[in-house]
Design a protein around this ligand. Structure first.
Ligand code: G6P
Ligand code: ZN
Length: 543
């Protein structure tokens, strides 16, 4: 077959963000756009000659064609083998597992995560390294550099590879191994959890509902929850992945998963409800009449993980991203566990996991995971919850109540201001940055400020430093405000304001979070002047 060398020019803005390169689908479909980026990845990792790559995506619009382009480019670059999910599908955690299990040199995951899909929506490409995790910053920097000097890319002239059936085919000298996307992942889950206990729970009439949101976890949840664990058929809804996710945002939060919320708030609600996102790495957990915030979920799982076989010997340590609530820190303190605070972005957990310093970690953005892979993992979180519920035989609401009674409660909410003017948002944060030193010791909204700084992370494993990772203002009595700009959006800027306040008062464990956080909400306005700078008097989303 012929290898074509196509001349090209650098394209602006091919800079991987919090989680890979994310752009409008039409941008990715534009001339040379995908090809430039993929070639830059190959160049940044020293070429593909003789290497093994894992490849798959969340099934969104353009996934199928992008997979074929990448296969032809990998063959042209001399890759030995590409392990690709059947029909081009792989969830992010399943891809991470395959990279590790098969000792691949890395993987390309096609997804824009929880962003909507379609010709006029979003697409993304993410490179994961041989540990199975998102490329660390030095690698993404090299990729970005390569996109700025690219002069040509190589692609094999060939027809599409048939990805409909599992098996091995050749693309010139390269082996294309088409794998069932669920099989290996399901085996891993079976090793980690007490499937018998979960089966008994379900046999006893415990009802669950899982909303796959027409995204990639559909086939995984069907096979594992219904097939292997025996949940009745229909327990998994919206199980067929669609290129536009049925027109919705495949984002498991109370706004976008409102059908699930409605079902779980009804009188005859199932005992347990959950959802995952486009590429299967996020999770939302609900019980009858209760939504569990991601920060609380992380804390509860840290406190109870030992009930699952994989974590029976206890945890080496735990970690959370900086904006995630400090509910986890309370568990860590009580159980004598090292607890790390990292910047937003799963890649920052990689070194801690690789080094054996932590076993479990998570983020406020609905990501929870462990050292079983190097990505957050939606179904894993669901299965760990089910394992815990099967062992404790408590309802989700009772388990939360017991948790707050033992450890205290950290009320938490994130206010998002979407598509705000990027310059105005940057100016607001600049102004605030300039005043941080004056804040400690002052009283705002009746609360005393203890400290105020901009978070910088010193990686204890490789010594690297990540600056400018969000502004945090800490109050007496466990109050905290964090502000940063999202690194995953594709239009304008999204300002995220993370609000937290803590209580140990048994009489105050069941307030409405927005009410419990009234001081912090008022303080954030007063300190940063959100309305003055952005022209918005309300956030678009309170989660
Ligand atoms: C992705 C990343 C997460 C991150 C989240 C929010 O899901 O994998 O690690 O927490 O985006 O990022 P953002 O920059 O939008 O707040
Ligand atoms: Zn995701």
């Amino acid at each position: 077959m012929t290898i074509l060398t196509i001349p090209t020019q650098p394209i602006d803005g091919q800079n991987p963000g919090t989680s890979g390169l994310r752009k409008k689908t039409r941008v990715f479909m534009g001339p040379h756009y995908l090809e430039n980026f993929v070639q830059s990845v190959f160049d940044a990792i020293g070429g593909l000659a003789g290497k093994t790559l894992v490849l798959g995506g969340d099934g969104r619009y353009f996934n199928d064609r992008a997979v074929q382009v990448i296969l032809r480019m990998a063959a042209a670059s001399g890759a030995a083998r590409v392990i690709v999910g059947q029909r081009g599908l792989l969830s992010t955690p399943a891809a991470s597992h395959l990279i590790r299990d098969r000792q691949a040199d890395g993987g390309l995951i096609l997804s824009a995560s929880h962003n909507p899909g379609g010709q006029d929506e979003d697409f993304g490409v993410k490179f994961n390294t041989s540990n199975g995790g998102p490329a660390p910053e030095d690698v993404t920097r090299r990729i970005h550099d390569a996109t700025r000097s690219i002069a040509d890319y190589r692609i094999m002239e060939a027809q599409d590879v048939d990805l409909t059936t599992a098996g091995t085919v050749k693309l010139d000298d390269m082996t294309v191994e088409v794998v069932d996307p669920v099989h290996d992942y399901a085996l891993l889950m079976e090793r980690l959890f007490d499937f018998d206990a979960i089966r008994r729970l379900l046999d006893g009439g415990f009802r669950l509902t899982f909303d796959a949101m027409h995204a990639v976890t559909g086939p995984y949840a069907k096979r594992i929850l219904e097939g292997i664990l025996g949940a009745p058929e229909g327990s998994v809804v919206n199980a067929v992945p669609l290129p536009d996710f049925g027109g919705g945002h495949p984002d498991p939060n109370p706004i976008w998963a409102r059908d699930l919320v409605g079902r779980m708030m009804a009188d005859d609600a199932p005992n347990f409800g959950a959802a995952s996102d486009g590429d299967g790495d996020r999770n939302m957990i609900m019980g009858r009449g209760i939504w569990v915030s991601p920060s609380d979920s992380l804390a509860v799982l840290a406190a109870n993980a030992h009930l699952a076989p994989a974590y029976a010997d206890g945890l080496a340590g735990v970690a959370r991203s900086m904006p995630t609530s400090r509910a986890l820190d309370r568990v860590a303190a009580a159980r004598n566990l090292p607890c790390y605070e990292t910047p937003t972005g799963w890649k920052f957990f990689g070194n801690l996991l690789d080094d054996g310093r932590i076993t479990l970690c998570g983020e406020e953005s609905a990501g929870t995971g462990s050292d079983h892979v190097r990505e957050k993992d939606g179904l894993w979180a669901v299965l760990l919850w089910l394992n815990v519920l099967a062992k404790t035989r408590q309802s989700v609401a009772d388990l939360m109540q017991a948790h707050w009674t033992e450890f205290g409660r950290n009320y938490y909410s994130r206010h998002d201001y979407e598509a705000v003017d990027a310059t105005a948002a940057a100016r607001m944060l600049d102004e605030l940055r300039g005043r941080l030193a004056d804040l400690p010791g002052t009283i705002v909204a009746g609360r005393h400020i203890d400290s105020a700084d901009e978070f910088a992370y010193h990686d204890p494993v490789d010594g690297s430093v990540a600056q400018g990772q969000g502004i945090r203002i800490v109050f007496d009595g466990g109050g905290r405000i964090v502000m940063r700009l999202s690194g995953t959006g594709t239009a304008g800027a999204t300002l995220r304001v993370y609000l937290e306040d803590a209580t140990d008062d048994p009489e105050r464990l069941n307030l409405d979070p927005q009410e419990a956080l009234a001081d912090m909400i008022a303080a954030a306005q007063e300190i940063a002047g959100i309305t003055r700078h952005t022209g918005r008097d309300q956030p678009d989303i309170r989660a």
